[in-house]
Design a protein around this ligand. Structure first.
Ligand SMILES: [Zn+2]
Length: 463
């Protein structure tokens, strides 16, 4: 059987290319993972879901045992230290070191639970930065020996102008970047563009002995060292959000290509666009900032979140809306009822493979699922998108509440109230419905009741 040709938009060349792995017995993929100081917000989950579909497609095409997927945990960072410090100040009796470890462990646990709920497969390797400090120190020593880095005042800096291709990924020159970026000027820097590979650590904060004194790595070197250790000097695909393209990914390329000039680092760069909420950038100040857990706790199933994500191509900004979530839930309920007790077909529909192979056209794949009438084929094909899988569908097995009697009752009460001018019984029922997570829509045409976020059928009893 000939393998389908996967085409991907490569940020490095700015065009869609046929994907040809370096070794089709071991296709290698890296995704920048989270800094583990708090719950993942909805935007953090988008690359995880997108790359999960790519991972499933690669496993389908090359074989499940022939794909290596690495996603790291950044478990040394100022924000982690600050979170632990806040607990210490709130009266925690543990040492700061213990509190930092607790915080990272707890956050990794949350992350796993949340990404599992979205149906994302666990990567092959999930390296923690603190387990690779030795590899980072060796890489930094090598960069100094090759003239690409220098040590000064306990810091080690990467000498950006020593790497002539710096900026190629994002298509900017170093001078443009200096003009446009908020680069930190510091006395220990030869050039404002130079970035930190290693920095000193305060005595009460996590630190490791190094040739430059006790300190800790910069963020960028983590991904370069861990990808080299687990995937080698050249690998196939490096993914991440477009917000990481500069400076993080430029810095990863500079470090890796200078330390290992024999390799080419990543052949393909895949960047996903950002996420908005109801047409606006998600931000704490706008009050539309939420975590994956917030949505799950509101009763929105992880599979619904996943479906909404996949309706938009990864290369376009995606807009999260409550209406999309409602429609996704209705579609998934319909499909889940169709495939209940059905064995998945042995093969996937060719049109779904064709859509996903065309630069992960997940919206096209979903459109193809909508056309399917054979439940066994639907189940097998949806699995390539991580949908309709056994184990994620408990939410849909609960019968959808029949709200028609309550809608009729509310309509009657309203009709009566129009005559008596006493609307208290109408308001009382509306309040009870809202408390049960039911959305109430009243118009001249009638009364419509919709189960919304956090719908709880138990609260309808006695109404
Ligand atoms: Zn990275």
């Amino acid at each position: 059987m000939t393998k389908p040709v996967i085409r991907l938009h490569n940020s490095k060349t700015r065009r869609k290319e046929d994907f040809a792995p370096i070794d089709d017995q071991n296709v290698r993929l890296y995704l920048c993972g989270p800094t583990v100081y708090d719950r993942a917000h909805l935007g953090n989950a988008r690359p995880v879901v997108v790359i999960d579909v790519l991972y499933r497609l690669l496993r389908h095409v090359y074989g499940a045992d022939h794909v290596t997927y690495v996603r790291n945990f950044t478990d040394v960072d100022d924000k982690i230290n600050a979170a632990a410090q806040a607990r210490k100040e709130a009266g925690a009796i543990e040492t700061l070191e213990e509190l930092i470890r607790q915080r990272t462990e707890e956050t990794i646990g949350w992350y796993h639970a949340d990404m599992d709920a979205l149906g994302a497969l666990r990567p092959t390797h999930e390296p923690r930065a603190t387990d690779f400090i030795g590899a980072m120190i060796s890489m930094i020593e090598d960069l100094i020996a090759k003239g690409h880095a220098y040590a000064k005042e306990g810091h080690v800096l990467f000498r950006v102008r020593s790497y002539k291709d710096y900026g190629a990924l994002s298509g900017r020159s170093v001078d443009d970047m200096i003009a446009g970026a908020r680069v930190e000027v510091a006395p220990f820097k030869e050039d404002p563009m130079d970035f930190v590979l290693w920095k000193p650590s305060a005595d009460d904060l996590p630190g490791w002995e190094s040739p430059w004194g006790r300190g800790r790595p910069g963020w960028h070197i983590e991904c370069s060292a861990m990808s080299y250790e687990l995937l080698g000097a050249s690998f196939d695909i490096h993914a991440g959000g477009i917000d990481l393209q500069f400076p993080h990914h430029e810095n990863e390329i500079a470090q890796s290509c200078c330390a290992h000039p024999e390799g080419g680092f990543a052949n393909v760069w895949l960047h996903n666009e950002m996420l908005q909420v109801e047409g606006k950038k998600m931000s704490k100040s706008l009050g539309n900032f939420f975590t994956v857990r917030d949505l799950l706790d509101q009763g929105i199933p992880g599979e619904v979140i996943r479906f909404v994500f996949l309706q938009t191509h990864y290369g376009k900004p995606m807009d999260w809306t409550a209406e999309k979530a409602r429609q996704a839930e209705a579609t998934l309920r319909k499909w889940r009822a169709l495939v209940a007790d059905v064995e998945a077909a042995p093969s996937v529909a060719p049109e779904v493979i064709a859509a996903l192979s065309d630069d992960l056209n997940t919206a096209g794949a979903i459109a193809a699922l909508h056309q399917m009438t054979d439940p066994a084929l639907l189940k097998a094909s949806a699995a390539l998108l991580g949908l309709l899988e056994d184990g994620l569908g408990d939410w849909a097995s609960a019968p959808e509440a029949d709200l028609s009697d309550l809608a009729a009752k509310l309509a009657d009460l309203r009709a009566t109230a129009m005559e008596t001018k006493d609307f208290a019984p109408v308001d009382a029922l509306k309040t009870a419905l809202l408390a049960a997570g039911v959305e109430v829509r009243m118009s001249k045409a009638g009364v419509e009741l919709l189960p919304g976020a956090g719908f709880d059928a138990a609260k309808l009893e006695g109404l």
